[in-house]
Design a protein around this ligand. Sequence first.
Ligand code: NAP
Ligand code: MG
Length: 404
Amino acid sequence: MNKISVKTPIVEIDGDEMTRIMWQMVKEKLLFPYLDMQLEYYDLHISKRDETDDQVTKDAAEAIKKYKVGVKCATITPNEDRVEEYKLKKQWKSPNGTIRAILDGTVFRGPILVKNVKPTVKCWTKPIVIGRHAYGDVYKNAELAVPGPGKAELLFTPAGGGEPQRITIQDFDGPGILQGIHNLDASIRSFAKACFTYAYDQKIDLWFSTKDTISKTYDARFREIFADEYKANWETKFTEAGITYFFTLIDDAVARVVKGDGGYLWACKNYDGDVMSDMVASAFGSLAMMTSVLVSPHGYFEYEAAHGTVQKHYYKHLKGEKTSTNSMALIFAWSGCLKKRGELDDTPELVSFANRLEEAAVETIEAGIMTGDMARIAEPKPEKPVGTEEFIDAIALRLQEKLS
Ligand code: NAP
Ligand code: MG
């Protein structure tokens, strides 16, 4: 069979532990036999980041800027234990944080659905994708404990001189607590752009929710910026594509989400997205079935699995014990990246390959061949879960049948 040629190099970002092991298998068994592709390879193994003083992470992000599309394996974000374990020079920052800062993106997370795992919320028949704003609010706050009676004020001093603005937050008559948060028009706008881009790309509705009835300046600013961006750049495109932009109060959104059938992007402020993405992920079944893509307002895309490096399974693997780790989200990171590459390069045969790959993976689970995490929640339950490599082999077999 002729291999499909991928016209533009793909930025491949390798990672750590169990996901690194599966990454290699996915490439060798599911991709290399069918694709003729040039990989622009960046090794973000924790020791490589240490060796290069984390330069390799920045280089990887720059490569995505150059080629527009990348795919990333999970990586260790070092804590004290990891510094000890790998004898690191220091606790390097989260690679995802570094890459996101360079690409200025928003992360979208969506579940992979299979027929034999039912979401906890029975009416959810289509994926709910969460887009979380990843700047500011309570994650970049200033807070203090108020020891006793006194006056708390918000004070803004203009950089160029001029009259400061000052309002009273509270006249304390006893001890309490105090918090200051902020956001930036530029960051909210970039978040809005990324959300409209993603929804349009996927041809799904976009929901956005804030608490603007209570927070008439702060949350209302989010609503205004989204509305402006929609009017200016998306209204016509959305109408043509038959999709809608829907703004509502966060509490109304939550009530509708649990009553609806899914099938939209839910854009959330930073804290709402933090909380709701865990709720949605858990209700859909397994972290190993959650995909993640970083969409930059400048048109860069980075695909990955939402889960980490599955450290516990890796230690078992190192001891020579059999593992049953689920590679679905990693496979979908690759298929997502290949589809996007195919769209940008106008190579429909590549898009079609990526779709076949996803089908082969989903059908494998639906045929009862699955890893331990899925075996626990599937109905009917399989006789026994398969091992890490066996699962990928089963997908490879199905893929081969589909393509021949
Ligand atoms: P994790 O790797 O997501 O795994 C947590 C647990 O979830 C696992 O122990 C396993 O549960 C289950 N799980 C996750 N993915 C699975 C899969 N593909 N197949 C089967 N089960 C799966 O989180 P972690 O162990 O807390 O973190 C490990 C490392 O990952 C950390 O160093 C962290 O910094 C890093 N991390 C990286 C990213 C990223 O690069 N995007 C994201 C998060 C965390 P059982 O043990 O019960 O089987
Ligand atoms: Mg969370």
